[in-house]
Every structure is written in C-alpha cells, then in structure tokens.
Ligand binder design. Structure first.
Ligand code: ZN
Ligand code: ZN
Length: 247
C-alpha cells in the first residue's frame, strides 16, 4: 500500500481475457505488488470479468483494485475506468464516453492518434475525462508527445500507463497520485477522483532501464514457475506438494 505521500497506479493492463495476452490475474496482482505498484486496473478488450475478479482479489495483495475495460468503439479504443459493466462495443466514440459516465466511470483515451493500435483520431475527440499521454508501447515517444500536447491544449487530465500485455511490462509507465489530501485509507474512488480533477496527481514516467530490466527478470522467473506448476505439475496431480514446498 501507499508509502509516503503518493501512490503509483498502473491503470491499463491486459490479462488472459484479452485475445492478445495470456497472463492470469493472480500473476499480474502478485507481480504488481512485488514491484511496488499500489493501484491497478485490468482493462481487457471488451471484457470486464477478469477485471472485476482482480478488483475483488486486489486487497489480498495489498493493492487497490479498480475495475475497467478497454472498449472497441467504432472510432478506436477507449478505456472505461471505475465501471462495473462493459459498454457495448462498436458504438460511436462520443456515445461510448456518455455511456461510461452513465455507468459512473471515467472515459480515458488510450494511445491517442496511434492508428495502427486503434487509437482514436484527434478530430474525433471532442470530449473525454482524461487522456493517456504516456503509453509504454510508443517506442519513439513521438505519439506520446503529441498526446500530451493535445491534453494540455484542451485541458484534459493526463495519465501514464503501461498497456502491459505481459507481466514484465507492468509498471513500465504509471500515474503517480498525491495521497496527502486523503484523511483515511486511500481507495479506488480517491484514485478516480484525483484523475478526474487532474489536481491531485502527478504524471509518472517510464522507469529507468536498469529498474525495468530487474522487474522484467523477476516477471520472467514468476512466469516460468507458474507455467511449470500449471503445465507439468498440475496434470501430474502434484501441484499441491509443489506449493507446499514453495511456501
Ligand atoms: Zn488499445
Ligand atoms: Zn490496451
């Protein structure tokens, strides 16, 4: 949980409910906690089940869980954070923004203008609650810079997120949120409120390469152990002995 006066939130992470990712939620939660991320949102493509499960389990790992989904609108991808159900896919961008608000969530535009990744075009974004101005998939950083400029010009709050499709990528970018104003325990609603107002959060950046590599190494080890348990030991019926040995 939060130490000091800020928490790190990675609010755009995929799990094995996404067609392009095969990480189970337990492994994601374990790794996020291990690398000192405080709050996470699993945002699968047009599927919210894993996100709801992860939100429920998050506290077991000392994490704040925020439910969410990455909706495929007719105009590109749109994150719905803080919703309990998945807005219908294939609807126009602005209709989906309204739907997300009706569901009590925030409509955050991920990887804007990255057309090869289904990012929404600039001309299509007339209204939203926040913009992802740092997505760790932008290799040159050019599209992130454009996104940040766009958010500043239009006064949209900004977030940074990993858009992780494998556990090694979790936390490669994150949003840092001041917790100093919270009187008691910081919760999911506080994270969402901080983003919505744009007033109580800082924009986190990519981690230094050495730290990223260290996290990546840890992730690889966890994944290898998990695969060993699931594919070799589970069919042999000896997983429980292995778990006991690990504990
Ligand atoms: Zn996307
Ligand atoms: Zn994504």
């Amino acid at each position: 949980m939060a130490d000091g006066e800020s928490i790190k939130a990675d609010l755009h992470i995929h799990s094995d409910a996404s067609h392009d990712c095969n990480e189970p939620i337990e492994l994601i939660l374990e790794h996020a906690a291990d690398i000192d991320i405080d709050a996470i949102a699993i945002t699968d493509h047009d599927s919210i089940e894993n996100s709801l499960k992860a939100t429920e389990k998050a506290s077991e790992y000392g994490l704040i869980g925020i439910p969410g989904v990455e909706v495929s609108t007719a105009d590109g991808h749109l994150l719905a954070l803080g919703v309990q159900e998945c807005p219908e896919k294939g609807r126009p961008f602005h209709e989906t923004v309204e739907k997300i608000r009706e569901l009590g969530g925030l409509a955050v535009v991920p990887h804007p203008f990255q057309r090869t990744r289904h990012g929404v075009k600039k001309s299509d974004i007339k209204d939203c609650d926040a913009v992802e101005v740092y997505n760790s998939w932008s290799f040159t950083g050019w599209k992130n810079k454009k996104a940040r400029k766009f958010a500043k010009k239009n006064n949209y709050p900004e977030i940074a997120a990993s858009d992780a499709h494998s556990i090694g990528m979790i936390g490669q970018a994150y949003t840092e949120i001041n917790t100093a104003f919270a009187e008691e325990e910081f919760e999911a609603e506080d994270v969402l409120a901080a983003i919505e107002t744009g007033s109580n959060y800082m924009y986190g950046k990519r981690k230094p390469v050495a730290l990223s590599l260290w996290d990546y190494g840890k992730a690889l080890t966890k994944k290898t152990v998990w695969l060993l348990k699931e594919t070799v030991l589970l069919p042999l019926g000896i997983k429980k002995y292995f778990n006991r040995w690990l504990d």
